[in-house]
Design a protein around this ligand. Structure first.
Ligand code: DGT
Ligand code: CA
Ligand code: CA
Ligand code: ZN
Length: 576
């Protein structure tokens, strides 16, 4: 489809025309048309073929002619002319708060500033400050804008964003006049990182909601506040800058449509709109319409139902086959299916709680079993246990287990996979444990072949139940290891060794793509929080969301089993 290309060209033209100082009316026409075409439910070429471009709301005579020009020539003349006058990099400068199109034009004309690097250089040596109409104050505002832009490029991890969002949602829910309030956007879809937070609030009158929202304690700065929407910045509790939160207030009859629209993903929404258009309907953030008649909009389920789908869980809404599957993924894992934790540390290595305290924490979360998996000897900094110590520790765990009613403790270990692929404990030690997680904790920068062979050697070991945090990534801090995923997943499927979905928000490893591959290959999975404290166990929901994003089936996730069934699984694995 040419839709996205044309939309991009139009918005680039609008930006460059703005710098050139052209007529506002024409600039807005391009922006409106760009949006309309990006949101179109069908290929714009088909619309043009039917001679119906002018029927698209937001497309006028001028923009329709440009669309036809693009479809015929593959480019648009005035766009090419603009590109000759101004380098495309200038557009980036428009994104800096405190630097409007007039100033961008002046800087380009007078100082030849065509990029952020040029801009920084001109501020550093004072050329910008000496320019007429600029000065120290402007320079300071621009520098602040630059800093914000750089920080805004950063995505916030799910585990940082989710508690902030929950706090804001609860606060908004308490406002007088507020009805339903929901988090939307990538956070609702359970992505491992989010660019910003999106929230939808049901209320008859937007203004008082927006006013109260912008006055909330956590709000550090108001970026925009209107009658029905606001954007604010909230400080991240980890001190790593701020995150933006967009709130939209909508009337009751549009709440479901707005929640659906702002949950996204954009790609999923485009597919839904196509389906609506094929029936001669219109789907947007206000509702699903047939002409003037509202078919749905009050709630999300109603929209999906009218379009012929079951409720599609937000985690699936990525246009990765959920539309073709009619929104139905068989046996999709649910949070309530989780019955235990299979990767946890105690004071024996680097955990903060004793075995008893960890049992308590697991029971509080309604679990039926817990595997204690402290570190092995090579993880020296984490207080890894020698072979002797791990067996003594196992005896202690079993003694406690014998005293527990209605709860099962597994005596295990998180055993390091050494650089040569051998394990940190010999097989005769591993054979005396109930449960073994094998993980790579050091030498993560070996070449792809060596690294892959290491993981595969661990998967081949009959005593290894699960490969821990298989990619080794730490979000925003350490890249994933270079691995041959096809081979690793094939080996896991063949050997019957489970792959971990480490639910800790710093890891979320496997990620959603790898879960999908593993699910398609028929691998076993285990969703583990790798808990070092009681609170860590609450990250299970992030792992479950990641699993759902990868279409994981309940039947393939080990910690949905009963304790008895898990024991059988372990015995069968060892007997293979
Ligand atoms: P991110 O980047 O982590 O914030 O991801 P999202 O998905 O939260 O993206 P965001 O915040 O830009 O927009 C929220 C939702 O609003 C998005 O998932 C779908 C919808 N949306 C935003 N812009 C557009 C658009 O231009 N066209 C369509 N169809 N939907 C859009
Ligand atoms: Ca967002
Ligand atoms: Ca947003
Ligand atoms: Zn661990």
């Amino acid at each position: 489809m040419s839709n996205s290309q044309i939309a991009q060209i139009f918005s680039q033209m609008a930006d460059l025309m703005e710098i050139k100082g052209e007529d506002r009316f024409r600039i807005n026409a391009y922006r409106t048309a760009a949006r309309a075409i990006a949101d179109l439910g069908e290929d714009v070429a088909d619309v043009a073929a039917r001679n119906e471009l002018l029927k698209i709301p937001g497309v006028g005579k001028g923009t329709a002619a440009k669309i036809i020009e693009f479809l015929r020539e593959g480019k648009i003349g005035v766009h090419q002319e603009l590109l000759e006058q101004y380098p495309p990099g200038l557009r980036q400068l428009l994104e800096i708060r405190g630097l409007g199109p007039r100033k961008v034009e002046t800087l380009y004309r007078e100082l030849n500033v065509a990029s952020i690097a040029d801009l920084r250089a001109c501020i550093a040596d004072g050329r910008l400050q000496r320019l007429k109409g600029f000065g120290e104050k402007t320079a300071k505002v621009i520098l602040e804008g630059l800093e914000f832009l750089e920080q805004a490029g950063q995505r916030t991890p799910l585990g940082i964003a989710a508690p902030i969002a929950a706090e804001l949602r609860d606060a908004v829910s308490r406002f007088p006049g507020a009805g339903r309030v929901e988090i939307a956007g990538s956070l609702r879809r359970g992505r491992d990182t989010v660019a910003d937070l999106d929230m939808v609030c049901e209320a008859a009158d937007g203004k008082p909601i927006i006013e109260q929202f912008t006055r909330l304690g956590p709000v550090a700065q108001i970026l925009a506040a209107g009658e029905t929407k606001a954007s604010v910045l909230v400080d991240r509790p980890d001190g790593a800058g701020q995150i933006q939160c967009d709130l939209r207030v909508v009337p009751s009859e549009s709440f479901g449509a707005a929640l659906q629209y702002f949950t996204g993903s954009k790609e999923h929404n485009i597919r839904l709109r196509e389906i609506a258009v094929k029936r001669g309907w219109l789907l947007n953030e206000y509702g699903l319409f047939k002409g003037e008649t509202r078919l749905a909009g009050h709630d999300e389920a109603g929209i999906y139902a009218k379009l012929g789908f079951p409720f599609i869980p937000p985690e699936l809404r990525e246009n990765r086959g959920e539309i073709e599957a009619d929104g139905h993924v068989p046996d999709l894992l649910e949070y309530g299916d989780i019955r235990g934790e299979l990767h946890a540390h105690t004071t024996a290595s680097d955990g903060r709680l004793t075995i008893e305290e960890m049992v308590e924490a697991a029971r509080e979360r309604g679990y039926q079993y817990l595997a204690i998996t402290d570190h092995s000897r090579s993880s020296v900094i984490a207080g890894g246990l020698s072979a002797e110590d791990v067996l003594r520790h196992a005896a202690e765990i079993r003694a406690l287990n014998a005293r527990l009613k209605d709860f099962t403790l597994l005596a295990g270990a998180e055993c390091d996979i050494l650089p040569d692929g051998s394990l940190d404990y010999p097989d005769e030690v591993l054979a005396q444990l109930d449960w073994v997680v094998a993980s790579i904790h050091a030498s993560q920068h070996l070449d792809r072949d060596t690294q892959t062979r290491r993981s595969i050697a661990a998967l081949e070991n009959p005593y290894v139940c699960v490969l821990g945090h298989p990619s080794g990534r730490l979000l925003g801090r350490r890249d994933a290891m270079d691995l041959d995923w096809d081979l690793i997943i094939k080996t896991a499927a063949r050997t019957g060794t489970a792959l971990e979905i480490n639910a800790s928000w710093q890891r979320l490893d496997l990620n959603d793509h790898h879960v999908r591959m593993a699910t398609e290959a028929g691998c076993w999975l285990s969703i583990n929080t790798d808990a070092h404290s009681a609170a860590d166990m609450d990250q299970m929901s992030y792992g479950v969301q990641t699993a759902r994003r990868g279409w994981a089936r309940k039947a393939r996730v080990l910690n949905t089993f009963t304790a008895a069934r898990l024991q059988k699984w372990i015995a069968a694995k060892r007997a293979r």
